[in-house]
Design a binder for this molecule. Structure first.
Ligand SMILES: NC(=O)c1ccc[n+]([C@@H]2O[C@H](COP(=O)([O-])OP(=O)(O)OC[C@H]3O[C@@H](n4cnc5c(N)ncnc54)[C@H](OP(=O)(O)O)[C@@H]3O)[C@@H](O)[C@H]2O)c1
Length: 221
């Protein structure tokens, strides 16, 4: 399969190369996903897990990217809850080969079903920033219905998730968000009540993913 690999931490993103790699196999409780859309953040190249395994052994050449949306092509032994041909989105383990590839092997528990009317690119854009927003609000901020929250950088990837989620924690979850935001960027200064349809869909699947993470075993940013 085609994949982007890194071998040299000092080279940064300039060291990313498109190469041929063997297709991954599904281990116990894994699935293999044909990747239709993938998310990558350059800071991954500073994470120790991009370069070494959990025993601190060199694991290069490694495939970066951890967010993905795609279609399940194979199930590992013992895998339950997903089926071949199913649309999914999720987050790969930091210490395993990632999603800048045609196929990725991933634990089934780190995936959620992607509705048929949500683009793969929307699905792949949600996991890390959505999880980061959720952890900031609920684990670190202990946010509850009735609280107020001040969001810095609310027009960014994490911030746009944060200012949507408090609105949906209110007693009327379908009501338009009442959170007000200000941005240094004029093009991003519209009211949150003008929520676009894709964003509403994205938020509903993100809320499902957050619930799965709350119940234990989910990925952590
Ligand atoms: N994305 C993730 O999944 C993730 C995961 C873990 C941690 N983080 C951390 O979370 C933070 C935000 O990440 P992001 O991905 O959301 O970044 P982003 O998409 O680049 O958004 C950054 C936001 O911050 C605003 N901003 C920048 N400089 C500012 C300043 N001096 N004063 C006020 N606002 C300012 C920007 O506003 P304008 O556009 O109006 O300039 C923008 O809305 C970063 O520190 C990142 O390292 C992100």
């Amino acid at each position: 399969m085609k994949a982007i690999v890194v071998t040299n931490q000092a080279a940064g993103t300039a060291g990313m190369k498109l190469v041929e790699r063997p297709e991954p196999q599904a281990a116990i409780n894994d699935v293999v996903v044909a990747v239709h859309a993938s998310g990558f953040v350059p800071t991954e190249l500073e994470w120790p897990s991009t370069w070494t395994d959990r025993l601190n052994r060199d694991r290069t050449p490694s495939i970066p990217g951890h967010e993905l949306a795609g279609v399940v092509t194979a199930l590992g032994y013992g895998t339950t809850g997903l089926s071949v041909g199913q649309r999914v989105f999720g987050l790969t383990d930091w210490y395993r080969d990632g999603t800048l590839a045609e196929y990725a092997a991933i634990e089934a528990r780190n995936l959620a079903p992607l509705p048929g009317d949500v683009d793969f690119s929307v699905g792949a854009s949600l996991p890390i920033s959505g999880l980061t927003a959720w952890q900031g609000l609920f684990e670190h901020g202990r946010f509850r219905a009735g609280h107020s929250v001040l969001v810095h950088g609310a027009a960014g990837a994490v911030g746009s998730m944060v200012h949507e989620r408090p609105a949906r924690t209110s007693s009327a979850p379908d009501a338009p968000p009442t959170v007000r935001r200000r941005s240094t960027s004029a093009r991003r200064s519209s009211s949150t009540s003008a929520t676009t349809p894709w964003k509403t869909l994205a938020m509903s699947i993100w809320c499902s993913m957050s619930s799965a993470a709350t119940s234990g075993g989910g990925p952590h940013a």
